[in-house]
Design a protein around this ligand. Structure first.
Ligand SMILES: *[C@@H]1O[C@H](CO)[C@@H](O)[C@H](O)[C@H]1NC(C)=O
Ligand SMILES: *[C@@H]1O[C@H](CO)[C@@H](O)[C@H](O)[C@H]1NC(C)=O
Ligand SMILES: *[C@@H]1O[C@H](CO)[C@@H](O)[C@H](O)[C@H]1NC(C)=O
Ligand SMILES: *[C@@H]1O[C@H](CO)[C@@H](O)[C@H](O)[C@H]1NC(C)=O
Length: 372
């Protein structure tokens, strides 16, 4: 019964937020309320998982549990030693509205393929060999014109691998977009991976590109032990994502931004949290720039090399965003983590404020995240 009361108060709070929206004198109040809502949300979730562990079993959603209990493995090998020669063929063999976990064991090599995992194909796993991970590569950009109508693809369709399905998993896979980045040119966004499905996990993966490498479009996502390389805005979108033990490497020539998080409504449950990560590379980088009015990014326990600009964050030239964005840092280290030059609206989080962002509860992981 307590949880019903809590739900009601959450709904009440969301309604009251909507009413307060965009009244600038209320913004600080709104912020305080958001913080307290976020903490409350975290406490509620922890209570739920405590109940689950008392019974000695994790409650995942039923669809997911059934899929995991009915695993099917198929192999892909360029050398003809598997069930399929290409990843596309293997995906094409999966039944629409698939209900089983289908693991594609992908052999070593470079797969020059542009891949879309459509919405109707849930529960697909790309599994590579840790000692010799396969590479999936293509080179479309936003300005590449497609064959049929001759119109540019735009950023969304430039992805080498695009995933619209839920429950996608990738382990030991290298995602790549090799389109060259010409400085100052338009339409050079070249996505290596777009993840638009929810409840997706990436373990030991790497993502190579330059502008807009990783389109963390929407949904709940987990990245563990991944390497992500790019130049401009190379992790962007409005996913709610936890990046744990990941390495972000900039190949920017001048000034760029690591993230462009797009949360654009105060009530949107969206944001990027980086925990135990490492930031290295060339150029000078902002940790984030505000693509959405309510952009939300948190870095915790992260090593930041000297390429991180002292200001830390950018409002993309819109002063109105300074009061609405949520850019937090907690217990970071390295020359780039010095807070003395930060913009005034960057937040040094307290332990209590950081707590909701530094566990898998941030992405409701208790209900869907399974080990690789
Ligand atoms: C991974 O690759 C190594 C080296 O090529 C090989 O010895 C091993 O059997 C492979 N593992 C799997 C699971 O295929
Ligand atoms: C992930 O990579 C680590 C080495 O970084 C390796 O020990 C581990 O086995 C890999 N995980 C899987 C599931 O292959
Ligand atoms: C992609 O690669 C192909 C083959 O190498 C090349 O013909 C094409 O021009 C490249 N496209 C772009 C946008 O770089
Ligand atoms: C942080 O930067 C300020 C200004 O550049 C400098 O005075 C201070 O020593 C730095 N702190 C650390 C811990 O490096």
């Amino acid at each position: 019964m307590a949880s019903i009361t809590q739900h009601i108060s959450v709904i009440f709070f969301i309604v009251s937020l909507l009413c307060l929206c965009s009244s600038s004198s209320q913004q600080e109040l709104e912020y305080e309320k958001w913080i307290s809502w976020n903490k409350q949300n975290y406490l509620t979730k922890n209570k739920i998982s405590a109940t689950q562990s008392v019974r000695g079993m994790k409650v995942v959603d039923v669809k997911l549990r059934n899929a995991e209990m009915n695993k099917v493995r198929v192999s892909v090998s360029q050398f003809g030693t598997g069930d399929f020669l290409t990843i596309r063929e293997a995906i094409a063999s999966v039944q629409l509205h698939n209900t089983k976990r289908i693991i594609l064991d992908i052999g070593p090599g470079v797969y020059r393929e542009k891949i879309i995992v459509r919405k109707t194909l849930d529960f697909i796993t790309f599994f590579g060999n840790a000692s010799d991970p396969p590479t999936i590569t293509w080179n479309d950009t936003a300005s590449t014109t497609s064959g049929r109508d001759g119109r540019p693809l735009k950023t969304f369709q430039s992805a080498t691998v695009a995933v619209d399905a839920n429950y996608f998993v990738a382990v030991n896979i290298k995602f790549e977009n090799t389109a060259p980045h010409k400085i100052g040119s338009q339409g050079e966004q070249a996505v290596a991976l777009r993840i638009s499905g929810s409840k997706a996990a990436f373990y030991n993966c790497s993502f190579f590109g330059s502008q807009d490498t990783l389109y963390d479009h929407k949904g709940l996502h987990y990245f563990y032990n991944c390497f992500i390389q790019g130049s401009v805005d190379f992790i962007f979108g409005y996913g709610r994502s936890l990046y744990e033990k990941c390495h972000l490497n900039s190949v920017a020539n001048k000034v760029a931004s690591l993230t462009a998080q797009k949360r654009n409504i105060a009530t949107m449950q969206s944001g990027f949290s980086f925990k135990d990560c490492r930031i290295t590379g060339s150029g000078r980088v902002y940790l984030g720039r505000a693509w959405g009015d309510y952009s939300r990014v948190v870095f915790s326990y992260t090593f930041m090399d000297s390429l991180v600009l002292p200001q830390g964050w950018s409002d993309w030239g819109k002063l109105s965003r300074d009061v609405n964005v949520y850019y937090g840092e907690y217990e970071c280290s390295g020359p780039g983590a010095n807070m003395s030059g930060r913009v005034s609206w960057a937040r040094i989080l307290t332990a209590e404020e950081a707590q909701p962002f530094i566990g898998t509860s941030f992405i409701d992981g208790d209900t869907w995240l399974t080990p690789p």
